[in-house]
Design a protein around this ligand. Sequence first.
Ligand code: NAD
Length: 476
Amino acid sequence: MYMRINGAEVPSASAKWRDVVNPATGEVIGTVPDGISEDIRAAVDSAELAFPGWSEKTMRERGVLLFRAATIVREEHKRIARILTMEQGKPLREATDEVRGFCNVLEFYAGLSSQPAGDAVRLGGQGDCMVMHEPLGVCGAIIPWNMPVLIMGWKVAPALLAGNTMVVKPSSTAPLAVLSLAKIIEDAGIPPGVLNIVSGSGGSAGEAIITHPSIQKVSFTGSCATGCHIRKLAGSCNKDLVLELGGSDPMIVMHDADVQKAVEGALRGRFYNAGQVCTAVKRLYVHQDIAESFVHLLKVRVESLHVGNGLDPQVEMGPLNNRQQYDTISGIMNSVKENGEGTIQTGGSPFKGEGYDNGYFFQPTLVGDVADDSALLTGEIFGPVLPIVVFPDIGTAISQVNRSPYGLGASVWTRDLATVKRVFQDVHAGIVWVNRHLTVPPEIPFGGMKDSGVGRENGYRAIDEYTRTKTLFLGW
Ligand code: NAD
């Protein structure tokens, strides 16, 4: 599949290609151009050319086109979901959810296009002011492999609605669905050059987006390590950023929780997308009064999960997305075993056997008695491994969960409003769910605190990330 610049399919100036591998089978399912800085320059040139025409349209006109794109994607959702499963590994049901989620995001922002986009301020004898919200110009977006379609929507929809044009770089291990969507967006009538997609590595194409002088702002989603690097790079060229980084979300289960519901919440919260979700339940804290029965019930459910190739409709959990991810999770679990960092309740190793040998399959894993300084609690475990901590009271749980450097999401499972209030006030997180976890609809702002990032995506205010105000002061 080619990159998309100025509405055309193009190879890279590097003349090199990268294989895209199905993580369930190890088969090469496609190739994409290995984009470099020359390609980013060409994409920025095309976005700059398209900017005057796109930004001069009314917001309503841009909204209509976004809505039309969502309609076409809905019609083609099965094809896109299949591509996503094959390159990313997630079960077809989850891939379908993700493609529909992309449409929801486009439709949500299209719906905002009839809102007034400015303010009028009367200043008595001094005069009156009109505050206009202008698009920034060309914006960049850098996307990870775990939810490439949804995260593309989170960035592209508010930025395009506001009148910006874009250069987007998907991850090297999941670029195909993003490229397919870009074609549909053009087919919907969004003019050539408004949305350009350059595939390629982070170090080459990604850094070229950060450092290109004509790109006004970059929205980046990815790991904390890359985010930290990008922040320094962007600082050196005075580039504005939105950073949506890693998380290590705690799930706190109180003694008065609806246990059955909480077990299902932990199962879905941790093992959806094989645990490769920024807001996955990455640490489970269970009150001591219910810990034994809760862990038993969860273990039964975890052991019943059907793991395999996501194209099989029976499959509930697919492989990890890539070799590096597989080696990282295997290495962490080896260290847990060698150093006695916890007691493995179930799983703990790669899957072996027929149907699994060529893929990056890892067993759904529960670990109890976890040492405080284990990487399972201090880092971000981006895979199907759930560390469990038993706590005596909510005060202890809150101080334990806040030790993490991350602050993306958190959930509490309880029937007690006072506990809800305390967790909401005291836990470091951008979102606190009650009796739920993982859900991130486009209507609400999403983003983290501490090492989990800066800025917010989603919600109507995300449009502000892609505009600047300009004021006309009328002295009369
Ligand atoms: P990653 O940081 O390795 O890569 C993310 C993107 O950045 C890719 O497109 C990659 O090519 C690019 N990149 C890598 N190095 C770069 C560089 N030097 N300059 C510019 N771009 C560069 O992350 P990943 O492994 O693809 O994704 C998993 C991470 O993303 C996890 O930490 C997860 O928590 C996080 N994530 C966060 C959110 C959120 O909204 N907070 C959502 C999804 C994923």
